[in-house]
Design a protein around this ligand. Structure first.
Ligand code: ZN
Ligand code: ZN
Length: 685
């Protein structure tokens, strides 16, 4: 059982153990506190706790005796270091007996030919890693019984290799191909101009010599299959050092292999080609099985099952509350770390909202160390998801064991709003739909997370926005399936994940259309002259436009900030000289202070009044309201630093609201500001 001592007792204990001469240490811990930590029982010290090392006590004597009794004592499993597998010739490998099943052997071979007739990758399930099949034109994992909208791609590289003693068919493992080429299957697919071409980088394995570690399968020994799976691929020079090429050169690398040795024959297709309805989800390449390239025992290598690897996968790590501050300071998303001394814990049925569909998670403890690695020693993708299809989300809405990753195109939506919930608490709520072209789902985000998304969307440049929601909770509201946020949920706006690239491509090719998607590219910079802005019609409500102005003066130079409620962000009012939020009906003791300036903006056609809020003013003066206050400016004084804004030329982004259009309000809200002139787009006169 786990014992954790703290403080002086821990120091004293460590010292005593070091001073002990005996190799077998028995310890009596008296008056320990029995605790539960992360669901595991452990002992801790209290002020009354004492320890005794190998004391003269009958219990200790008995314990020492019993430890020698094999019937009583279970030796902890010894860690056997992996020995280097034996090096065999190809001929020997083909004659291995069943003692070698599941064991590793090595061989030194030359890659004679790479199999170009089969697909060079498999589409695999993002949850379980097994190959997906095509059902009704969609990728489906039969193991997980669900659709996999964006399957992973894993290399499948069949090779024909030889040494002086014979020929052998070897399937190269995905992770080793990645390590050697420095690319994954997606990278290579992207580089290929024509999907019918076999990737040259994979062809580069040909005519080269390697020391390959194979794992011998039962099917190999029983001669059902003569295709061997490799686990490691190494350069002979770096492995064997004293390598002499003389032996290898004796091999005649001609194509005139005697019939008995002929490894590959072209055969007519055995079954009908995979029949998959052609949709935009499935590439034509997946159906290319008209010629199968078979090996001597008629196992077409194209049909050979590639073993799944547990490399390149994800695991959830949990940092307990008491350690959160310590680790939060170190962890930065996107960095690579070496993690040591952690606990691996199986999930229990009580563990809800799991980020991943795995049996175990990593739990940090007091001993856990996290060291940043500056060199990218392993090829880790920046972001990794396990997407579910939007049409299948309803199957997840009745459970709360797992969280879910979804990707979709944001449909037109209302801005974030504040609502009063049934407990009379004001909450921020952001409601919108996302679609993948065939189905759409309601998304409802709450409070800070909703605000964070709404703020981040202001920076988006590609429209419609393609949003990835990682670790979302799928639930129902009435009969409707709703995607919502919990603590672990995060979002990615127009990120460069392949799913986003693919959706964007389908949008451009007009394969996804929906009347609720903005057909117009709202990011196109549309500049307006000021005189035309008051004439904009209702179709411009909630639209953002650009204009180039000179800011000449502030309309009001007394009030330059507003106080807002720390719960609901509404502007507070003074009641009995106390800042009060009318929405929350409470005194806000330390309200937030945010800039709010009204200024006159001119161009050569006229002027408008603009409202600049906190983010925009901070951007211009580089200070917050609080910082200006700390520098000695009193709340009722107008800070001179703000006058620096005046007299300059700016490019403004303005959001037209319904007041502007319907009530002809002349106050326009600035949503972004930049000093100088932004590149000119279509000028609207
Ligand atoms: Zn699966
Ligand atoms: Zn409030």
């Amino acid at each position: 059982m786990n014992v954790t001592f703290f403080g002086d007792l821990a120091v004293e204990f460590e010292k005593s153990v070091k001073e002990t001469k005996e190799s077998n240490i028995a310890i009596i811990i008296a008056s320990a506190k029995v605790n539960q930590h992360e669901g595991v029982i452990c002992l801790n010290n209290y002020p009354a706790t004492r320890f005794y090392i190998n004391p003269h006590h009958h219990s200790v004597k008995k314990l020492h005796e019993r430890m020698l009794d094999p019937a009583y004592c279970v030796k902890p499993e010894e860690h056997v270091p992996e020995t280097t597998p034996p090096l065999f010739s190809v001929e020997d490998i083909k004659n291995l007996t069943k003692d070698f099943i599941e064991r590793k052997v090595r061989c030194q071979i030359t890659v004679k030919r790479v199999d170009e007739k089969s697909n060079w990758y498999d589409n695999v399930c993002t949850t379980c890693g097994y190959e997906v099949t095509i059902v009704e034109g969609r990728y489906r994992c039969v193991v997980c019984s669900r659709n996999v909208p964006f399957p992973d791609k894993r290399f499948r590289l069949g090779t024909l290799c030889n040494d002086a003693t014979g020929l052998i068919a070897i399937v190269f493992p995905d992770d080793e191909i990645q390590r050697i080429t420095g690319k994954n299957a997606f990278d290579i697919e992207e580089e290929l101009a024509d999907e019918k071409i076999f990737p040259p980088v994979l062809k580069d394995f040909e005519k080269k010599e390697y020391v390959i570690t194979l794992i011998i399968g039962e099917r190999n020994v029983s001669k059902i299959s003569n295709i061997y799976n490799a686990t490691d691929i190494a350069d002979p020079v770096e492995v064997l050092g004293n390598h002499s090429p003389a032996e290898a050169e004796d091999v005649k690398l001609t194509d005139d292999i005697p019939p008995m040795e002929t490894p590959c024959t072209k055969t007519a297709p055995k079954g009908s080609p995979t029949t998959a309805a052609s949709t935009n989800k499935v590439r034509s390449r997946d159906k290319k099985t008209d010629i199968s390239y078979a090996l001597e025992d008629n196992v077409p290598i194209g049909k050979c099952k590639i073993p799944k690897t547990d490399k390149r996968s994800r695991v959830h790590a949990f940092v307990p509350y008491n350690l959160a501050d310590q680790f939060e300071a170190i962890i930065e998303i996107g960095n690579l770390y070496l993690l040591t001394n952690f606990t691996v814990k199986e999930y229990t049925t009580d563990d809800k909202f799991r980020c991943l569909r795995k049996h175990v998670q990593i739990v940090f403890n007091e001993e856990t160390q996290l060291d940043i690695l500056h060199e990218n020693v392993v090829n880790v993708e920046n972001c990794c998801f396990d997407f579910f299809e939007i049409s299948e989300l309803h199957t997840l809405s009745k459970q709360n064991t797992y969280l879910t990753d979804v990707v979709g195109i944001m449909e037109d939506h209302e801005p974030i709003r504040k609502i009063k919930n049934r407990n009379d608490v004001i909450q921020s709520q952001f409601v919108f739909n996302i679609t993948d072209g065939s189905s759409s789902v309601r998304v409802t985000f709450w409070d800070d997370f909703a605000k964070h998304l709404a703020d981040s969307l202001k920076q988006a440049t590609d429209f419609p926005v393609i949003l990835i929601i990682g670790c979302a909770r799928v639930t129902t509201w009435g009969e409707q399936v709703v995607v919502t946020n919990v603590g672990a949920t995060n979002f990615y706006i127009n990120c460069n994940h392949r799913s986003v690239v693919e959706l964007r491509k389908l949008l451009l090719e007009k394969k996804i259309t929906s009347k609720s998607l903005s057909t117009e590219n709202r990011s196109a910079v549309q500049f307006y002259k000021l005189e035309s802005i008051p004439r904009l019609g209702p179709d411009h409500v909630e639209r953002q436009i650009f204009c180039k102005v000179k800011i000449t003066n502030f309309q009001e130079n007394k009030i330059w900030f507003k106080t807002v409620c720390t719960s609901c962000y509404a502007t507070t009012v003074k009641l009995n000289s106390e800042d009060t939020c009318q929405g929350c009906q409470r005194v806000v003791q330390y309200p937030d202070k945010q800039f709010q300036l009204v200024a006159m903006a001119f161009d050569d056609t006229g002027y408008i009044l603009i409202i600049m809020e906190d983010r925009e003013v901070k951007k211009l003066v580089g200070k917050s309201v609080f910082q200006i206050g700390e520098e000695g400016t009193k709340d009722e004084e107008f800070p001179p630093i703000l006058n620096n804004i005046l007299g300059k030329v700016y490019t403004l982004k303005i959001r037209i609201n319904s007041e502007n259009v319907l009530k002809k309000s002349n106050y326009y809200l600035v949503t972004d500001i930049m000093e100088g002139l932004y590149l000119e787009g279509n000028q609207q006169q």
